[in-house]
Design a protein around this ligand. Structure first.
Ligand SMILES: Nc1nc(=O)c2c([nH]1)NC[C@@H]1CN(c3ccc(C(=O)N[C@@H](CCC(=O)O)C(=O)O)cc3)C=[N+]21
Ligand SMILES: [Mg+2]
Length: 283
């Protein structure tokens, strides 16, 4: 029976350290400041943004939410970002995704200063990660949170077969780079991959980010594998569930993350930590 990785608990532990760090910086006159831009009124996005705001405030981080109407133009958003890039009081900028369809997401991401890139999505920072450079580098928060889980549970990556299912810029690609930097043998599988079941079965470390509820079943998973579920799906009753059939897979894995209380809370903790780091690196 697998050990269940408690993301909620680890997130609280990391938040405790972040809070102490914020107190120290505040005494020195530096109050880390995160600005989140929310365009439109998507229900899920509103909840995420509110959660980030609450977490920031509980840690003493200054948090500002900028709300823009759903029909905002790309130009309007670019002007807002340009203002924030210049504002010395702002250390971290996050534009909540997804954006309305009239706005090109990549163009927006590229406009955020790499030095204020709360998400680690800027091409400069993505390039550094891919080059194995980590000095003062903001990194995508979800994969970072997963790396913290490996560290906390002493899960060795060196020489292991790691399979990342999903190739998004937000999770799959940065995850693969982080695993590669730790000497794992990394395969990225996705919707066009042939014989995906055979590839998944080889994984000592399996990270699943497909957005398909219960995509991974027990019979596809190697005995003793570590299974990380990035899914945030809804089951037939509307309940939050993951990309992994947790009940089945936990009987053969050695470590597994639940949904909720797995990867999700860690993502927010990493965002808070990254905001503090960006503030520190700014001076
Ligand atoms: N620029 C940008 N950066 C992001 O990091 C970003 C984004 N846009 N857009 C949306 C996704 C999604 N995301 C989540 C973070 C935490 C939880 C989380 O804490 N989930 C809880 C449960 C929450 C619930 O009950 O609904 C958990 O898994 O236990 C979920 C989802 C960040 N995202
Ligand atoms: Mg979760």
């Amino acid at each position: 029976m697998a050990m269940i990785i408690n993301g909620r608990e680890l997130a609280n532990e990391i938040d405790g350290q972040t809070k102490i760090e914020v107190e120290k910086l505040s005494h020195e006159g530096l109050i880390p400041h995160l600005v989140v831009i929310l365009v439109g009124e998507d229900e899920a996005s509103q909840i995420y943004v509110r959660n980030k705001h609450k977490r920031a405030e509980s840690l003493g981080i200054k948090s500002t939410i900028i709300r823009m109407p759903v029909n905002s133009s790309e130009e309007e958003l670019l002007i807002k970002i340009s203002d924030l890039n210049k504002d010395k009081d702002v250390h971290a900028i996050l534009v909540q995704l997804p954006l309305p369809e009239q706005i090109n997401e990549q163009r927006i991401i590229e406009a955020i200063s790499p030095n204020k890139d709360a998400d680690g999505f800027s091409p400069i920072n993505v390039g550094k990660l891919s080059s194995g450079e980590t000095y003062h580098l903001p990194i995508a928060c979800t994969p970072m949170g997963i790396m913290e889980m490996f560290k906390k549970y002493s899960i060795d990556l060196d020489g292991k077969n790691a399979v990342v299912v999903g190739r998004s810029n937000i999770v799959g690609k940065p995850m693969a780079n982080l695993l590669l930097n730790e000497n794992a043998t990394v395969t990225i599988a996705h919707s066009h991959t042939k014989n995906i079941t055979n590839i998944i079965k080889q994984a000592d470390i399996l990270v699943v980010a497909t957005g398909i509820a219960h995509f991974i079943k027990k019979d596809q998973v190697k005995i003793g594998a570590t299974v990380i579920d990035v899914g945030m799906d809804r089951d037939e009753n509307g309940k939050l569930t993951g990309d992994v059939d947790f009940e089945g897979v936990k009987s053969i894995a050695s470590f597994i993350t639940p949904v909720p209380k797995g990867v999700g809370p860690m993502t927010i903790s990493m965002l808070m930590k990254q905001t503090v780091n960006l503030a520190k690196w700014s001076i």
